[in-house]
Design a protein around this ligand. Structure first.
Ligand code: ATP
Ligand code: MG
Length: 225
């Protein structure tokens, strides 16, 4: 479903991904690990079509994702409906006036009927335990509440692929447990998951394979038994 072929990326000539080469099969979970600055968030940005390989190729369901491809409005829209991104810092992700609007934004962009949007928003509010926050402006929320709002706003789009950057960060123990159960349920329902984490237990608990980036920005893939 997802194929990175010898992908290299640099910021201002400083390499942060060197020859990343891996495949992610539909329905599998992949953990991205490695020290701070190794390139995990960068790799997730490439996966989401926000930046593009400078060397090598990224294919999503057989289609090469390039800057030119993402300028094709119809394709870009269809692509972004298939892959959701929960950012490391939810402040970047949340921009609507209220939590409920935030959750409705994705399905509105998809052109879904109003009653379907309402149903999805209510379900996601309930599911994430944030129904009481529906009218709140996202910038007034706590870090954990923002994270749950960000996750719920992807849930309402129901993408086939979920990418999550440090999903456990900012969450207390109870909310972490909730999120782990949620990710397991997503996986069980056939979704493809790619998440960065510093938590080796989460990786082993949830993932089928691990992509490890090291301080030299090289990339090694190993499968869990
Ligand atoms: N927009 C940018 N311009 C210049 N350098 C950047 C930019 N974004 C990231 N970098 C640098 O690229 C390197 C990789 O960053 P990235 O955010 O991908 O690492 P990471 O593995 O996600 O780290 P962390 O565990 O701290 O989140 C870092 O050295 C970072 O400073
Ligand atoms: Mg990061």
């Amino acid at each position: 479903m997802i194929r990175f072929e010898d992908v290299c990326y640099a910021y201002d000539g400083r390499p942060v991904l060197r020859h990343a080469d891996f495949t992610i099969a539909q329905g599998e979970a992949t953990a991205l690990s490695g020290p701070n600055g190794a390139g995990k968030s960068t790799l997730l940005r490439i996966l989401n079509g926000l930046i593009f390989p400078e060397v090598g190729h990224y294919r999503f369901r057989g289609v090469e994702i390039t800057a030119a491809k993402m300028r094709e409005h119809r394709y870009a829209k269809a692509f972004h409906q298939q892959i959701g991104f929960v950012w490391q810092n939810p402040d970047i992700q949340l921009f609507c006036g209220s939590v409920a609007e935030e959750l409705a934004f994705g399905p509105e962009q998809m052109g879904l009927p109003a009653d379907e949007i309402k149903r999805r928003v209510e379900d996601a509010l309930e599911f994430a335990g944030i129904a009481h926050l529906r009218e709140r402006a996202p910038y007034t929320l706590s870090g954990g509440e923002k994270k749950k709002t960000a996750i719920a706003s992807i849930l309402t789009m129901n993408p086939a692929v979920w990418t999550l950057d440090e999903p456990l960060s900012a969450l207390d123990e109870k909310s972490q447990q909730w999120l782990i159960e949620f990710l397991l349920a997503l996986k069980k329902s056939g979704k493809t998951l790619i998440f960065s984490t510093h938590d080796g237990n989460l990786a082993r608990h949830l993932a089928d394979q691990e992509i490890r980036l090291d301080a030299t920005h090289s990339c090694a893939v190993s499968r869990y038994a």
